[in-house]
Write a protein that binds this ligand. Structure first.
Ligand SMILES: C[S@@+](CC[C@H](N)C(=O)[O-])C[C@H]1O[C@@H](n2cnc3c(N)ncnc32)[C@H](O)[C@@H]1O
Length: 240
């Protein structure tokens, strides 16, 4: 499973960056997440782990706010684009840091990608100092103007590896959490562009090759039209 996720993101760099250039969505999520984390911590959020830093969108946002940001990602190809320093190739489930290293651990659109978030959550707690803050953003889907889930009637092979409710439950087991929902106005064209990212199309067709699954996802979404809303859940927890 982890190998597949790594390979999916290794194959996603240019499509990911094309989507981000058009929408700025991941930068917006990182900015909002940092603000929620800063509001709930004890006032010090300087040493930050960008967990699932990817090609550097969230790393740049955190770098503007925190004095020391460490970027960690499982995908070597995504990290190659990341201009943050230090950049470490690694897995959430085995963080290569001493206990109590960070004021904050931020999973911007990344914790829902692991098969079992409880392991990553335990690791996050271990590397946080007492009073440190964990934050995660996980997807709630795409909705039409009348509130219908775009994927409700579409025939695809699967959904995300881990449900957003399970991400929240894993965090709530270990931390005192606050949560909320962010809603972004978007379009069917952006929905298609999002699924031109092989790692995102893998959510729909995990068994196909990157090219095949993108082709099939774009075909599946061909009939979706007009304006949409994309929703993301944020979850922030404080280490006690
Ligand atoms: C949707 S991207 C988000 C990247 C970045 N945070 C941003 O805002 O653009 C998710 C990232 O999580 C990484 N990832 C997934 N599972 C991981 C794991 N177990 N350990 C470390 N990184 C992981 C992926 O390689 C990918 O780069």
């Amino acid at each position: 499973m982890k190998d597949a996720i790594k390979a999916n993101f290794d194959a996603s760099v240019s499509a990911y960056d094309a989507y981000e250039r058009r929408t700025g969505r991941f930068a917006a999520l990182a900015r909002l997440l940092y603000a929620e984390m800063a509001a709930r911590g004890d006032g010090t959020l300087d040493a930050l782990l960008d967990a699932g830093a990817g090609s550097g969108v969230s790393t740049r946002v955190f770098g503007e706010a925190a004095s020391r940001t460490v970027a960690l990602d499982i995908s070597r190809e995504m990290l190659r684009e990341n201009s943050g320093s230090p950049c470490i190739q690694g897995d959430f489930d085995h963080l290569p840091f001493a206990d109590g290293t960070f004021d904050g651990v931020a999973f911007t659109a990344s914790l829902f990608l692991v098969p079992d978030p409880t392991v990553a959550v335990e690791e996050a707690e271990r590397v946080l100092r007492t009073g440190g803050v964990v934050g995660a953003v996980a997807p709630l889907g795409w909705y039409t103007d009348d509130g219908t889930d775009v994927f409700e009637t579409l025939d695809r092979d699967s959904r995300s590896p881990t449900r957003t409710d399970d991400v929240e439950a894993a965090l709530a087991e270990t931390f005192a959490v606050s949560t909320g929902t962010w809603r972004f106005a978007t379009t069917a064209d952006d929905l298609r562009l999002f699924h031109e990212i092989p790692a995102m199309a893998a959510r729909l067709y995990p068994r196909l090759s990157p090219d095949e699954r993108v082709e099939k996802a774009v075909e599946l979404l061909d009939t979706v039209d007009g304006t949409l809303e994309q929703r993301w859940r944020w979850i922030v927890g404080v280490s006690e």
